[in-house]
Design a protein around this ligand. Sequence first.
Ligand code: IDP
Ligand code: MG
Length: 149
Amino acid sequence: MERTFLMIKPDGVQRGLIGEIISRIERKGLRIVAIRMHRITEDVARRHYAEHVKKPFFSSLVDFITSSPVVLMIAEGENAVAVMRTISGATNPLEALVGTIRGDYGLDVGRNLIHSADSLESAEREIAIHFTDSDIVEYTKAEETWVYE
Ligand code: IDP
Ligand code: MG
């Protein structure tokens, strides 16, 4: 089992898509093991997106991500990192396939609705930024014998 880090970005919250996005995660069979609504601070945003600090879009990205509440989540499941990258779709919604969150709801790379960790290593780093161990619940779901062979 892997854990991945997810964030419904401010545009997803403001557009009333929290339920829609969470439904897709649940329907896929992943297990949400931590969830919190939060307005992230500039300091946390800068740490979260540290890899992009030199990019031209960095300051607008930090402004955007701190502009309104977000929903922070940890999802668990087999290959959870890759599964959530697939469900999220390509970074630019214009290139994201229909059927993905970004492909179905996005039009602009700066308003692409969801963040999804890009590797196991990133997931661990991001989980440590946004959550503590006591935020994570361990449980199994009855459906899992019908999700995994
Ligand atoms: P990802 O979210 O698919 O992992 P990254 O390349 O890690 O994509 O970029 C992080 C975020 O920065 C993107 O989700 C998007 O919101 C924003 N971003 C990336 N490239 C651009 C750009 O060229 N212009 C504006 N914003 C961008
Ligand atoms: Mg990324």
